[in-house]
Write a protein that binds this ligand. Structure first.
Ligand SMILES: *Cc1c(COP(=O)(O)O)cnc(C)c1O
Length: 307
């Protein structure tokens, strides 16, 4: 059973002219729960359902938890999402709207996650937000689709949080015979756990994460994201929150798509494509999406701190 939808890949003339190469957008923001997460989460949930899972447990108050709630309802499997006290009312309502049980526990994600783990019993399965092979296998379907939609691009641009999206893009490139396609891995300054891992040669835990790209806020990336850098040409790019927010505004203006700064970061990455990949003539940006944004919120972010 497939829970995600096939998404369009469109050429962006505005962004092509800006970047000086052919730019295409893979529009994951139109997935039913607003982000690419449904590809991997939906795949993992469907496989585990097939193996008899009686309940799905998540500890993400963000797009991953929302995707688990959606997938569980579609499959008829009860879902419990444990979130910390810091999770917004809006996020809890959204997850609850899919029929999932929302439990508020602890002041941080670590505490909520520990509680979620304690809830696991024989019939229930924990759905990790980024570190599981089933997730990567599911995310990779976006590259399978792309291979039918356009000619092989020279590079893919994607945002990196815990590295599940990156691992999925990498798996997709490898399984489609596109191993020579480069990847620009974009993060914000407050969430640069992948840049830190590349620098140290192993995943390192950041003391803290900060800023507006909250969906990129994993303190440590998965090992697979780092291993991939030995199999594919991956360049890391770190930019500011202001640039990520401007990326959201530019995407909204050019293509009328509203996304989180986690996604705006990839759009902002446009301006550095030529620097990282001087020979590239075409790029696909993964428009990863995210539901943690409103038009009004974007305006507030654009006014900057104190605005
Ligand atoms: C989860 C998420 C990311 C980052 O994905 P990882 O697999 O954690 O690297 C980026 N953008 C959005 C909108 C997300 O929900």
């Amino acid at each position: 059973m497939t829970l995600h939808v096939n998404t369009p890949a469109i050429r962006s003339t505005v962004f092509s002219q800006r970047a000086g190469l052919d730019v295409y957008l893979k529009i994951e923001s139109i997935q039913p729960c607003g982000s690419f997460k449904l590809r991997g989460v939906g795949h993992a949930c469907a496989v585990l359902h097939g193996k008899g899972a009686k309940r799905f447990v998540s500890s993400s108050g963000g797009n991953a938890g929302y995707a688990v709630a959606y997938a569980g309802r579609e499959l008829g499997v009860p879902v419990t999402v444990v979130v910390p006290e810091t999770t917004s009312e809006k996020a809890k309502a959204l997850i609850g709207s899919e029929g999932a049980q929302v439990i508020v526990h602890g002041s941080s994600w670590q505490e909520a996650n520990a509680h979620a783990q304690a809830l696991l019993d024989g019939g229930s399965e924990f759905i990790h937000p980024f570190d599981h092979p089933l997730l990567w296998e599911g995310h990779a379907s976006m590259i399978d689709e792309l291979a039918l939609q356009c000619a092989k691009p020279d590079l893919i641009v994607c945002s990196v949080g815990g590295g599940g999206l990156l691992a999925g893009v990498g798996e997709g490139l490898l399984r489609n015979g596109w191993a020579d396609v480069g990847i620009l891995a974009v993060e914000t300054e407050g969430t640069a756990s992948y840049a830190a891992a590349l620098e140290h040669g192993s995943p390192v835990e950041l003391p803290a994460v900060a800023g507006l790209a909250t969906s990129l806020g994993a303190r440590q990336v998965c090992g697979r994201a780092l291993d991939l850098a030995r199999e594919l040409e991956i360049k890391s790019h770190v930019l500011s929150d202001a640039e990520a927010v401007q990326g959201c505004a530019d995407l909204l203006d050019a293509h009328r798509l509203l996304t989180e700064p986690a996604c705006g970061a990839s759009i902002a990455g446009l301006d550095s494509l030529r620097r990282h990949f001087p020979d590239a003539r075409s790029a696909v940006i993964i428009v990863c999406g995210g539901v943690g944004v409103t038009a009004q919120q974007l305006q507030t972010w654009q006014r900057g701190p104190g605005g």
